[in-house]
Ligand binder design. Structure first.
Ligand SMILES: [Zn+2]
Length: 239
């Protein structure tokens, strides 16, 4: 396999983040590829009914992508599909959330810059959505927090950002958590002891424990969603 920069064949695992069809009947897919980062791959004629790829070029399809790197663009030759997450499409809220995560990956990663650490975060988050009735807001918090942690920019959930004191309850404001003393009259998300424990657990539990326990969490979905929005804003500010 030719792996030097420039032309040649390439075979990498990855996931389709978005796809778009041209008026001429060509399909382009934007794929987060292992070792290569996000890349556009062109599949000439694939949108016109000369369907070689079927549903395998749809967003959220995981597999091994066979690519030809031409002088100016990269071409999709084939896909060995590993998992298509098709069952998510039966639930409008689940598919909307999954597509939202894919959009974040499009927005907050750079084309051509490898980010292998995000592939398992995304994959296992989709598995959570697909395989259970657990709260999607918690899965969303977990997705963004694990993404930020893999980049070393997740907010500290244990200690006050200002004075370092161990947090039992906190105000989540700006991009960090503050203890009662340091937060003063600032505005933010008020996290009681129980809320903070559950956010920590949602971030750090292994996949199986999270599946087994998340049904017992009682933090309000508004708080979780607001906290996840802060995490997304951290990503937005960084890019
Ligand atoms: Zn403090």
């Amino acid at each position: 396999m030719d792996r030097k920069p420039g032309q040649g064949l390439l075979r990498e695992r990855g996931v389709v983040l978005r796809s778009s069809d041209s008026a001429e009947g060509d399909r382009s897919i934007y794929v987060l590829l292992e070792n290569e980062g996000p890349q556009w791959l062109l599949a000439p004629g694939a949108a016109r009914g000369r369907v070689r790829f079927g549903g395998s070029t749809d967003p959220l399809v995981w597999g091994t992508f066979h690519v030809y790197r031409g002088p100016n663009r990269w071409y999709l030759r084939d896909i060995d599909v590993r998992k298509d997450f098709w069952p998510l499409r039966r639930f409008s809220t689940k598919i909307r959330r999954a597509v939202g995560w894919a959009s974040s990956l499009v927005k907050y990663t750079l084309p051509g810059h490898p980010c292998n650490e995000l592939l398992p975060v995304f994959y296992w988050s989709l598995c959570l959505l697909e395989g259970s009735d657990l709260r999607e807001d918690l899965a969303g918090w977990r997705f963004y927090w694990r993404w930020l942690r893999s980049w070393g920019i997740a907010p500290d959930l244990d200690n006050c950002q200002s004075c370092g004191a161990l947090l039992e309850e906190a105000l989540f404001c700006g991009e960090s958590l503050l203890c009662r003393k340091c937060s003063g009259s600032r505005k933010g998300i008020d996290l009681e002891r129980k809320d903070l424990c559950e956010l920590r657990a949602s971030s750090e539990m292994c996949h199986e424990d999270f599946l087994a326990n998340a049904g017992r969490f009682s933090i309000s979905s508004e708080k979780t969603a607001s906290a996840a929005r802060i995490l997304e804003r951290i990503l937005a500010d960084r890019t």
